[in-house]
Design a protein around this ligand. Structure first.
Ligand code: NCD
Ligand code: ZN
Length: 357
């Protein structure tokens, strides 16, 4: 096929503030190398790693260990979010300049981090020193507790993986002047509860898939949502199908751009708004350092069904199998160097560990 020049578009490197790279502690399902390869293959050049490792990122030593281990292995730029527990508050003065968001798990999820007592949540909101957002995992109406605490201590707050039933509370808080931002995940945009019949455990994540009308509500309210984050949360197939302790979470770094470009083609979102939600806004909100001369080129003529073939994530599966995808990344350029071209990585990993600007 002859590719016309008009079919190739240039996009900025994408940004994802919500990624679980699993190193250290669970490198059998992802590590810094494989996870950042998956990121670049999906068009991401800057990502933030979440703290819910087996030994969570809740001390300066564990943060330092991640920084040390990741050096020389990362294909894109990588920053870290810090884990909130009552004990970790004492380290906030030491780590707040080295990390982006403080992540507080107010609802139960994968990993050992859960803070479900109001008194403890209060102390954490009170203690975080950074002027970057506290990132909250607060499902359903728990979001209102998080909003109250953010108001009380005048903190910026970022609602992770928001769901349609939280839109009202988020809009209200914004109207009242709270610095509140939110992200939506591709699985909540492209899947709903009825897909569970087909996907079984592969469709299980936190927060869970909701109804088709909730899914549609997210699309109708994209203008209220600041960014798209993948919540890339790889688990092995064995873990997903293990009925004695099912693991929640799905991978997403390599499938978000093709799914969203297909949505652009169908008129569900403009390309400009997609760039805002996947690059401009997260960069601004999380004070991410600029990445000069960093971009990708994409052939928009390429259309295909999403499959697990050729995925770089170690977990090797995707819940989006069979969905329409669009766009083939021709190349990804990081600070002037081609790091990925026609499906292949070139040179050595050029990613840097990043700190807030
Ligand atoms: C995430 C994971 O596996 O680490 N799982 C998930 O279902 N989203 C944890 C999280 O983000 O809550
Ligand atoms: Zn997550």
């Amino acid at each position: 096929m002859i590719v016309k020049k008009e079919d190739i578009i240039k996009l900025p490197g994408l940004v994802d503030v919500h990624v679980h790279l699993r190193e250290p502690g669970a490198t059998y399902k992802e590590d810094f190398e494989s996870g950042t390869r998956a990121a670049v293959a999906g068009g991401y050049t800057q990502i933030l790693d979440m703290p819910n490792n087996v030994n969570p990122t809740t001390t300066p030593a564990r943060l330092q260990e991640k920084i040390r281990v990741s050096k020389g292995k990362i294909w894109c730029d990588l920053g870290f979010n810090f884990g909130a527990t009552v004990d970790s508050t004492r380290y906030f003065p030491k780590v707040y300049k080295k990390t982006f968001g403080l992540k507080i798990y107010m609802s139960q999820t994968t990993g050992p981090l859960l803070v479900n007592k109001l008194q403890e949540q209060d102390l954490i909101f009170k203690s975080w020193l950074s002027n970057l957002p506290t990132m909250v995992h607060a499902e359903d109406e728990l979001v209102e507790v998080a909003i109250r605490l953010a108001k009380k201590y005048k903190r910026k707050i970022h609602i992770c993986h928001m769901t349609a039933n939280q839109l009202k509370a988020i809009k209200k808080a914004r109207k009242e002047g709270l610095k509140i931002t939110c992200e939506v995940c591709p699985h909540h945009l492209f899947l709903n509860r009825s897909d569970l019949k087909r996907l079984g455990p592969l469709g299980m994540m936190k927060p869970p898939l909701l109804s088709k009308s909730d899914q549609q509500k997210l699309w109708m309210n994209l203008s209220e949502i600041d960014m798209i984050s993948t919540d890339h949360a790889p688990h092995t197939l064995e873990e997903k199908y293990d009925q004695s302790s099912p693991k929640f979470g799905v991978p997403g770094l390599e499938t978000t751009l093709p799914l969203m470009l297909e949505a652009v083609a169908r008129g569900k979102i403009s390309i400009g708004r997609l760039v805002e939600m996947t690059s401009t806004n997260p960069r601004k909100i999380f004070h991410l350092p600029a990445q000069p001369n960093t971009f990708m080129t994409v052939n928009l003529e390429e259309r295909y069904k999403i499959s697990k073939k050729g995925l770089f994530t170690k977990c090797g599966w995707t819940p989006f199998v069979g969905l329409e995808g669009r766009g083939e990344i021709k190349k990804v350029v990081l600070r002037g160097q081609i790091i990925f071209e026609n499906g292949r990585f070139s040179g050595k990993p050029q990613g840097k560990v990043i700190y807030p600007d």
